[in-house]
Design a protein around this ligand. Structure first.
Ligand code: NAP
Length: 325
């Protein structure tokens, strides 16, 4: 990697390179702002330039692709489209930001270094969120091959199969209920003997003939090398372990937004998601915008993230027009 030019002040620095960040890059680049995208670095903990779609296989609900497209291919296309109009990329992860004065400062590497690595007139935060996983050995490898974190995205691939959903909150019940449209049966595997989900969601699940429950149960191992073939489930009261031939496992134990970097600088909800103003992507700091899953604890779709990235680029462009002399 070439050393960054620390002397220049960028019009727009985009932190994060999922659908939101790269759509922001396309729009900002076409507005001749030459955005710099800090696209992140792959890590053992699942960090991934390109975001969560890099961990999926086929995407069938992104408009414009009637035959579907592989998640990584879609993100490579997003990236190339922005590059075509002049977006620049650095495969680095921001380690510290200072939004207290303009130009904003962003560090990569040593967060205690005196000089920031980048300076920017506006910043677009699109660091996304990650689905919490169980932490089992081959879980990442089997993601997209039987293991999923998004029923809306992948439910269709599990037609007439026996599948499991892990978790006991509203997400688990919502995913399980949605999955009954496709699957032969959906078994909710929950570590306690009562659900955390709201009563109305629970009632819906209990009334659904296709939904079964495994209480006091924890998934201890995934069976299958290339494709999920079953789960080893342990009853945490008796210690008994059983192998059950599920061909799908949806993990619905919550999400975590990637916002640690912005604590104390950007306003966040109690659950860590960034707060934006009204329908805009403006944060509490003038000139800093946020978009995509990092502000969205509800829809969490590639297309909604992309739409939000478009808004962030337009907000940033307008802000520069009004403030940049
Ligand atoms: P959540 O409410 O935090 O529930 C997470 C569930 O996963 C809990 O049942 C928890 O078990 C279980 N869990 C956590 N870590 C686990 C682990 N390592 N292994 C096994 N199980 C684990 O998360 P959520 O369901 O994603 O919901 C997040 C928020 O969004 C909630 O406020 C929810 O009400 C809201 N939401 C609302 C709707 C709706 O209204 N339509 C839909 C989805 C989400 P314990 O119960 O034992 O802690």
């Amino acid at each position: 990697m070439a050393s960054p030019d620390t002397s220049s002040i960028h019009d727009v620095v985009i932190i994060g390179s999922g659908p939101a960040g790269l759509t922001a890059a396309i729009y900002a680049a076409r507005a001749s702002l030459t955005p710099l995208v800090l696209e992140g670095e792959p890590s053992s903990t699942g960090d991934q330039p390109g975001g969560q779609l890099m961990l999926t296989t086929e995407v069938e609900n992104y408009p414009g692709f009637p035959d579907g497209i592989m998640g990584p291919e879609l993100m490579i296309n997003f990236r190339a489209q922005a590059a075509r109009f002049g977006a620049k990329y650095e495969t680095v992860k921001a380690s510290r930001v200072d939004f207290t004065e303009r130009p904003f400062k962003i560090w990569v590497g040593d967060p205690d270094a005196d000089d920031p690595t980048y300076r920017a007139k506006t910043v677009i935060v699109s660091t996304g969120a990650e689905a919490l996983m169980l932490g089992l050995p081959n879980e990442t490898k089997l993601t997209g091959h039987g293991v999923s974190t998004c029923a809306t995205c992948d439910g269709f691939f599990f037609r007439d199969q026996d599948i499991a959903v892990v978790g006991g909150g509203d997400s688990a019940i919502e995913e399980a209920t949605f999955l009954t449209k496709f699957a032969s049966s959906v078994t909710i595997i929950h570590r306690r003997d009562e659900l955390r989900a709201s009563q109305i969601m629970q009632d819906r699940a209990f009334a659904n003939d296709k939904i079964k429950f495994l209480w006091n149960s924890e998934v201890k191992a995934l069976v299958g090398e290339e494709q999920l073939q079953g789960l080893i489930v342990e009853n945490n009261q008796t210690g008994e372990r059983t192998e059950i031939p599920f061909t799908g496992m949806f993990v619905a134990i919550g999400h975590r937004p990637n916002t640690d970097l912005f604590k104390g600088q950007l306003d966040m909800k109690d659950n860590g998601y960034l707060i934006t103003q009204g329908v805009s992507t403006r944060t509490n700091v003038e000139g800093v915008f946020a978009c995509g899953d990092v502000i969205d604890d509800y829809y969490r779709q590639a297309i909604t993230a992309a739409g939000s990235g478009c808004k962030a680029a337009m907000d940033s462009e307008r802000w520069l027009e009004e403030h940049d002399d």
